[in-house]
Design a protein around this ligand. Sequence first.
Ligand code: LRH
Ligand code: MN
Ligand code: MN
Length: 406
Amino acid sequence: MHDKAYALFEQQQQDRGIDLEQVKQKLKALKIETPSWGYGDSGTRFKVFQQVGVPRNPFEKIDDAAQVHRLTGLCPAVAIHIPWDKVDDYEKLKAHAQAQGLSIGAVNPNLFQDDDYMFGSVTNSIPQIRQKAINHLLECVEIAKVVGSNTISLWFADGSNYPGQVNIRTRKRWILEALAELYQALTPDMRMLIEYKFFEPAFYHTDLADWGMAYDMALKLGEKAQVLVDTGHHAPGTNVEHIVAYLLDEKKLGGFHFNSRKYADDDLIVGTINPYELFLIFYQILDAGQDADPAVRKTAENIAYMIDQSHNIEPKIPAMIRSVLNVQTQYAKALLINFDEVRQAQERQDVLAAEHAVRQAFEQDVTPLLAAVREEMGVPVDPMQAYLDSGYAEKIASRGKGGASW
Ligand code: LRH
Ligand code: MN
Ligand code: MN
């Protein structure tokens, strides 16, 4: 059945001028990091529902991430958040991951859940609190060294609720000062990713509110600082793929936090609300991957793809599997764009033909392609069904309720 469907698909793509071997190679190289916090209990400000089988500690979060990787072949790294994933022995955490074929990915400092940070962390007007926040950033570099991670992923909740509450320019300087100290502490193979968000938890101003502010910081800091685009961190209507293209061209796009949003920073399963946006993001990345400038191509190849989602009512592991499969699907579709056709239409200024060339790839059914790729990768053709059949959910039920939550 697969063979027949694949043979037809192969013929169709050949007729469209697509090199399927190259497409398959790229699909096999796709890596998506999952977040440790996506396996724990989380919710909204109204309620955190406790689910059965939720990991009780960072080691069990890694076990669940390993299960996602075993079934999808897509997720060999797991991001950690400190202190949510604070342990006494980080060597042990690294070894625990390695024993299951995983590595520890981005280390995320947490500067938003300590009482001291009520009025800001690195932007607090009290110097001792700013220092405490900087010390935490430096501590995360040390943790990254021990767990073998080369990425520090930063997001600051700092902001204010009312006009006049703070001095925006002074805080801008403090945030750069803190980032510069962190930058100095990075080892040569490390990079720092600066994530922006326009609101929440602060509702009047956020110190790093948009890609321009994050870019400005990254530019001032140097090559090892890049911007992280969390797809949920934009005002409705924002053209995220334009931001992606701009940052790629400036060699400043470092990573993504993929998730879906309908209204705000909803952190829903990736690709469930606007899969076309995800496809168009990959279109920009693949286009930059063919740029004449090798530095742009290198930037496109070094993007850290990460999931950042929280589950309130969803079962955690299937929700994560759904997300990574949706990323894989949209990436596969973007790989089917005939870029020569797009370019030629652009040169002719043929608006409709250019749009058609892009959309046509989105409309392809990639099921046979993904089945073939999964078979060749030695993972189940239907990872979700394989999870449901695996007995893993029944096994972890013995953890009971009341696991880790943020
Ligand atoms: C902030 C954010 C950031 C945090 C994560 C838990 O909204 O996207 O990446 O680290 O959520
Ligand atoms: Mn994020
Ligand atoms: Mn977020």
